[in-house]
Design a binder for this molecule. Structure first.
Ligand code: SF4
Ligand code: SF4
Length: 425
């Protein structure tokens, strides 16, 4: 990783935020009248939906959408629509909307599975819990997982979600680690946390490693390299080298689910207002963004931008009706006057992006191919697959080229082309 400042010696390092002790406890967002649940997997016209319009669902009831991509209702209510939804990355998914009832009824199946230690069933329910604990990865015989890293550092600048969960939910995390080991059989669990939370993390009994304060040290690929000493080869994932990352919130969800006998449905989100002040909220998964903003007195006007995630890696929302998903750690609202401009100016070959890139990609060359949609050439000639998607190149680009967006689009298109080819085989 680059240890120098990357935009010049006079500029400060880009450091992750440290949770402020004076930050008030999370605001509880009132239950919405309607929630929308999105499948994780792509839309499949033949997918199995166990519900249809008019069906009643209970809190914690499993709604199977695609095999392995089950959705669990976080509310009690009546299904009002089942439709196709295109997300911010262009992926088509299934969306189930539920009109929320006044009186909550709990589906008891999950509790019976936890009591009977039927972990195969438990895993399917937990995939929709806050932090999105993923268990399917542990069943892939071709990629045996040997190490689980629990990340208590936030994934992007300005966020404090994971830090808050680690500080406030350490008992849940302790229980979560115990159950995680039991369910997966993986005994090597490491907590990767910022320096100020290392003592808290140590109380779990897990091995603790400290993540550097400089962005992008909490990126999973950087954690593999800097903390585990294992480099993920280009085009591969952490799982390919036997490492699986889970957020502190995901592990807390596992612990809470076993303690309470129900699937947790409230997640923590950092909301960053237009003036860059922060608020933490506790919100039911599936709640529309507009209800979250209302709870913390934020008004998004015409032309303002709402971003899911952090300033470097977030994705713009195109509607305030978009729901909060299980892994949504942050919402940023940017005033229309403050939105950083992108341009169609040509690259001036200043080299700032190359100096910023933590994996030494020749970004100045890469971008020339990407802006002409030459994705395969970018992959073969300029190391597209090594990109860890930190967004630093876009941040430093003096010509304000949307480099990161080009990279994401290229990866999306290449993955789509591979799928089409595999289907035609
Ligand atoms: S996003 Fe940009 S800076 Fe970050 S790894 Fe990819 S090419 Fe390098
Ligand atoms: S920072 Fe922007 S202008 Fe400078 S070399 Fe990279 S792409 Fe070109």
């Amino acid at each position: 990783m680059i240890k120098r400042t990357f935009i010049g010696l006079a500029k400060p390092r880009l450091e992750y935020d440290v949770i402020d002790e004076t930050l008030p406890a999370p605001v509880k967002v009132p239950k919405s009248k309607k929630v929308t649940l999105l499948s994780y997997g792509p839309w499949d016209p033949n997918c199995v939906v166990n519900v249809k319009n008019g069906d009643k669902v209970k809190t914690g009831q499993k709604i199977a959408l695609n095999t392995g991509n089950d959705v669990v209702s976080p509310v009690t209510g009546t299904v009002s629509s089942v439709s196709e939804f295109t997300d911010g990355k262009g992926q088509k998914r299934a969306a189930v909307s539920i009109d929320v009832a006044d009186v909550e009824e709990i589906d008891e199946n999950f509790a019976s599975f936890t009591k009977g230690q039927d972990f195969n069933q438990v895993k399917l329910y937990l995939a929709y819990a806050p932090g999105k604990p993923e268990f399917s990865i542990f069943s892939d015989a071709d990629k045996p997982i040997k190490t689980v890293v629990i990340c208590g550092a936030d994934s992007d600048l300005m966020l404090v979600t994971r830090q808050y969960v680690l500080k406030s939910g350490i008992e849940d995390i302790k229980q979560g680690i115990k159950m995680l080991k039991k369910i997966t059989g993986v005994q090597n669990v490491i907590m990767a946390v910022p320096q100020h939370l290392s003592q808290t993390a140590a109380s779990t009994g897990a091995q603790v490693k400290v993540i550097d304060a400089q962005y992008p040290a909490a990126n999973p690929f950087m954690i593999c390299k800097d903390i585990l000493g294992q480099v993920v080869p280009a085009g591969k994932s952490c799982e390919d080298i036997g490492v699986h990352m889970m957020s502190a919130e995901a592990v807390a969800s596992i612990g809470k689910a076993f303690s309470l006998g129900k699937v947790p449905s409230e997640k923590i989100v950092t909301v960053i207002r237009k003036d860059e002040t922060k608020a933490l909220v506790s919100v039911t998964i599936g709640t529309p963004v507009k209800d979250v903003l209302k709870a913390v007195n934020v008004i998004a006007n015409e032309g303002d931008r709402i971003v899911f995630g952090g300033p470097f890696t977030g994705t713009a929302a195109y509607s305030e009706d978009q729901p909060i998903e299980a892994d949504a750690d942050a919402l940023i609202v940017q005033d229309s006057d403050d939105i950083p401009l992108v341009s169609d100016y040509p690259c001036i070959n200043c080299g700032e992006c190359v100096r910023a890139c933590p994996v030494n990609i020749p970004v100045n060359m890469l971008v020339r191919l990407l802006e002409n949609a030459m994705y395969e050439e970018a992959q073969n000639q300029y190391d597209l697959d090594s990109c860890i998607e930190c967004g630093l190149c876009s941040y430093v680009c003096v010509a304000r080229m949307p480099i990161f967006q080009y990279i994401r689009l290229a990866k999306h298109e290449l993955a789509r082309m591979n799928t089409v080819e595999a289907t035609n085989d």
